[in-house]
Design a protein around this ligand. Structure first.
Ligand code: FAD
Length: 293
């Protein structure tokens, strides 16, 4: 049974498709600046913020063209059909994509806790479908929730559902972001007890904006510990002080995780270079070339 520290460390950066023409023009430059750090791959979200699958596809293609670094599209099954997913997989395969982040996706607001619309209802069904139709053509990453998925009824049931994704053929997991390292360690221990053999990469959210972090955290169920919340509230009108405090908190979190054997980090970059770069420097991670930022 492999422990987390026995997996090779991998660092990856998440981007989202730009929402405006100006954003689209800037994104390859952002990717190029982050590519200097030689991540294992970039991942590109789908659906969040209203992006469509073409936006994800085009961003993946442009990022690879600009940086030469592998890019992994996020692929969600909510509201889709087997035929549409199969077509998309062919499109990605033809573009040379070898890694996919396989997700259910967020339910539309109209779903009100009901079953996800579409032919595949959960990420485990999507993973199974990809394995059945494409074998090992793709390396599959799935989502993990150390603090429980917000719609799950309890942590054990949620963990059983996570296990289904692994049993269906997931290769690795990326966690929802969290600020309490023990939540990650507890999740990894549960994986070990259940004999799940896969790297669980912590998802890292830089703290750059109080209102945005509060909104994201309420939506995805990430806990902001009281002491952090109080400090952020106090510093919310002083951007520099807030970001310095956030950097300190997240640096300490990353150091704790890496020291205890987390096999890398996945940075939610928010399409910004500076927060991830500052963290990277603080952590003294390898700097293959000096980026001009
Ligand atoms: P699942 O693993 O299917 O779980 C969803 C819920 O259903 C959980 O509560 C689970 O306990 C429950 N469940 C699972 N299987 C069953 C079952 N058989 N029976 C009953 N209940 C079950 N969203 C986007 O829209 N676009 C993105 O690009 C995106 N990227 C993300 C990247 C990462 C790393 C993470 C952590 C999340 C991302 N999300 C994204 C958010 C994600 O889509 C949502 O959290 C979504 O609500 C759940 O997706 P999932 O793949 O974890 O679903």
């Amino acid at each position: 049974m492999k422990t987390q520290q026995q997996y090779p460390a991998q660092f990856s950066f998440e981007l989202f498709p730009a929402r405006t023409p100006e954003g689209a023009a800037k994104l390859p430059q952002i990717a190029a600046q982050l590519a200097v750090l030689q991540p294992k791959y970039f991942s590109v979200t789908y659906g969040a913020g209203g992006s469509d699958q073409d936006g994800t596809y085009e961003t993946v293609v442009r990022v690879v063209e600009k940086t030469g670094v592998e890019a992994a599209p996020h692929l969600t099954c909510v509201g889709s059909t087997r035929a549409k997913i199969a077509e998309l997989l062919q499109r990605y395969k033809a573009a040379g994509v070898k890694r996919i982040v396989a997700l259910r996706g967020d339910l539309p607001a109209t779903a009100h806790g009901a079953e996800a619309p579409g032919e595949l209802h959960f990420a485990s069904e999507l993973v199974r479908f990809i394995r059945e139709t494409e074998g090992d053509a793709f390396h599959l990453e799935v989502a993990a929730y150390p603090e429980m998925h917000p719609q799950a009824s309890n942590p054990d049931i949620d963990f059983e559902h996570f296990k289904r994704k692994v049993d269906a053929g997931a290769d690795a997991a990326i966690t929802q972001y969290f600020f309490t390292a023990d939540a990650y360690f507890d999740f990894v221990e549960r994986c070990e007890r259940a004999q799940l053999q896969l790297p669980v990469i912590p998802g890292i959210m830089p703290i750059v904006n109080h209102a945005q972090l509060t909104r994201f955290s309420a939506a995805c169920g990430a806990d902001i510990p009281r002491w952090i919340r109080l400090r952020l509230e106090q510093l919310q009108d002083d951007k520099t002080a807030l970001q310095d405090f956030g950097l300190e908190v997240v640096t300490r979190l990353c150091e704790t995780l890496l020291k205890a054997g987390a096999p890398g980090l996945h940075f939610y970059t928010l399409n910004q270079v500076e927060p991830t770069l500052r963290l990277w420097k603080n952590l003294a991670l390898p700097m293959p070339l000096q980026p001009a930022v």
